[in-house]
Design a protein around this ligand. Sequence first.
Ligand code: PMP
Ligand code: GLN
Length: 390
Amino acid sequence: LLAPDGAVASTVFAEMSALATRTGALNLGQGFPDVDGPSWVRRAAADAIAPDAEHGANQYPPGPGIPELRGAVTAHQRRHYGLDLDADTEVLVTTGATEAIAAALLALAGPGDDVVTLEPCYDSYAAGIALAGARHVTVPLVPGPDGFRLDTDALRAAVTPRTRVILLNTPHNPTGTVLTRTELEAVAAAARAADAVVVTDEVYEHLTFDGAAHVPLATLPGMAERTLTVSSSGKTFSLTGWKIGWVTGPEPLVTAVRTVKQFLTYVSGAPFQPAIARALADDAYPRELAASLASRRDLLCDGLEAAGFGVVRPQGTYFVLADAGPLGFDDGTDLCRRLPGLAGVVGVPVAAFCTAGSPTARALRSWVRFTFVKREDVLRDAVARLAALA
Ligand code: PMP
Ligand code: GLN
């Protein structure tokens, strides 16, 4: 986590957002919406603070999360997936999915253990595995006519008795892949054979397109007992700054995560919890968001293709991966540094989601991630600017 000169490395998202601010370029790098989530949910948080009353939700909430939110998470998992959870012992509210993932890794893995992830993968995974002192082993997602698909042979080779945790992510950042039931069955079989725990990051669970169905790993036979499922209100309700997430699963595993969480943040955002509890009871917003994201995905993908990029159309998330190789750029990192000057747009190099020097990093060297969780007029402007690259 330290750069060779001893400085702390900053995340690629901070670096690319700073680049956008400095250059005035359109920021299709960091994944956050430019339209805030429902005003009634925001009003509920404001009301919870109760500025005109003597008391509001302004002091430490209960460590595991307020009962209303744990109950709402339980009801959500039952309504959408048929999963039955005990709100008192099998749900933990966290400071975003990021804390849930870091606390799970710190609780479950250590020196001598392997943690297996997909590659590319969200950047906090490698950092969390390093903080835990475990070894990071990766399994590639490989681009093809059906999108980026799991290499199941590589999965079987990567998961061994040394594997403590398989850290999965579906719908997947950065590829936009929604893992199929068949792919998930391969993960489940590997986890069972190695007696490993699966931590599954499902923060984009509601953001899928074209009828692609999100299948939670915990719904596969025999998997609930060895799976920690992580999600977050940030993506589902376009409230990424609130940092209210949660982790669900069997009591011993949730207790292990809670033990670590106590000493990371102790508790999470009191006034946001009642607001998210109410939001979770309402499925309309995420449904409308997914529909509008599907059309914004098309707008950006069509524009990238017209500009000459190779595009793999995503089935979910906020993101599309585009290959700049056909435009003559073989290094996505270099291109992303120059893109504000060349086209007035910021993207994130896919290399940031890969292990340095890995075969996947080499295979995806010329690829860039763009987000389409921006207003249509911003995307139209971006597409017009990117056309200049052709
Ligand atoms: N996992 C994935 C796959 C993500 O894309 C993100 C991004 N924001 C997170 C976790 C972090 O979520 P949170 O903001 O709730 O910590
Ligand atoms: N999840 C978002 C992304 O992948 C933002 C992450 C962050 O800023 N840490 O762009």
